[in-house]
Design a protein around this ligand. Structure first.
Ligand SMILES: C[S@@+](CC[C@H](N)C(=O)[O-])C[C@H]1O[C@@H](n2cnc3c(N)ncnc32)[C@H](O)[C@@H]1O
Length: 295
């Protein structure tokens, strides 16, 4: 099914603002983002959904022993831990300290060492050209200013180095997911762009321009498996995925809207389920794999 490719209100900014306002706190946009991603249990979420994408990006970028790797919007180490396991010297950067802390614990359990840095993808705290490989797996796409992110990824990568990303596509299931939640969230701050724009080939080519000598773009998909039926898939998101936890919290005193969101979410999860009837629900998400060589 063809889905909308227009810019939708980013659920993240909007849900964050609503949740934080409900909590009576007065935080700036970055602090709202950070607070939102700290809700739920991102490590539990990631290890049950996107965890296979980390090693995929490590392989696609040819990460190997001794390389200096920066993983941007690293979450709890999906790419970063795998890159360290491949022998690279890795910096994992994220806006949300709670995710970095969970990543530290996961790295310790796996017996690898890497550096964890709290910072913003739009303003990386590193000098020019310091990394052989710069990656981001469904991460930097959530920063509001896409051009600033692209500029920073290029700036910190050395000439001849590699930039690799995994980005949700607007036509895939994530496009529909964010559109659904965006309908219930207040408008995002001015200038904030939809994360799924990063899944369009033309958009990525335009953002990086001629700063990448070679840019390979390929679409593929991965499958998320529910712990049970479609309702269990919704519950899993409502317990673990910060932006969804935040939006439901923001609707706590609006029971009609909350019930309508529940109905739409379950409808989405029922329609999008690709598993046979008596099996746990499954969801196929399309992504754009981006691998470029810095000029
Ligand atoms: C969907 S998670 C992806 C995490 C990880 N890359 C993975 O594959 O599991 C998105 C992450 O982006 C981070 N994030 C959002 N906006 C950011 C920003 N402006 N700068 C740095 N990190 C950001 C969040 O804190 C969160 O950890």
């Amino acid at each position: 099914m063809q889905r909308s490719t227009t810019t939708k209100p980013p659920i993240l900014q909007a849900a964050a603002r609503a949740a934080i306002a409900d909590a009576g706190r007065d935080l700036d946009v970055k602090a709202q983002q950070r607070a939102l991603w700290a809700l739920g249990d991102y490590h539990r979420f990631a290890t049950h959904t996107v965890w296979e994408l980390g090693p995929l990006l490590v392989r696609a970028c040819g990460i190997s022993t001794g390389q200096r790797v920066l993983d941007v919007a690293a979450g709890t180490g999906n790419v970063a831990i795998r890159a360290a396991e491949a022998g690279a010297q890795v910096v994992a950067l994220d806006l949300t300290p709670e995710n970095l802390e969970a990543g530290r614990r996961a790295a310790r359990e796996r017996g690898v060492e890497l550096e964890w840095v709290e910072a913003d993808a739009e303003a990386l705290p590193f000098g020019d050209g310091g990394f052989d490989v710069v990656t981001s797996c469904v991460g930097a796409i959530f920063a509001a200013d896409h051009r600033a992110v692209a500029d920073e990824l290029v700036r910190v990568c050395r000439p001849g180095g590699t930039i690799g990303m995994v980005n949700f596509t607007p036509e895939g299931l994530a496009g529909e997911f964010f559109e659904l939640f965006g309908r219930y969230a207040p408008p995002p701050p001015p200038g904030a762009l939809s994360p799924v724009l990063w899944g369009s080939e033309a958009y990525v080519r335009e953002l990086f321009g001629d700063r990448l000598a070679r840019l390979e773009l390929s679409r593929s998909s991965y499958v998320e498996r529910s712990p049970g039926d479609p309702a269990a898939y919704c519950d899993f998101f409502k317990q673990t995925f910060g932006p969804v936890v935040g939006l439901y919290a923001a609707l706590a005193d609006r029971p009609d809207e909350r019930a309508a969101l529940d109905r739409d979410f379950l409808d989405f999860a029922t329609r999008a389920n690709t598993a046979p009837p008596d099996r746990p629900a499954e969801y196929r998400y399309e992504y754009l794999l981006v691998v470029g060589r810095r000029r």
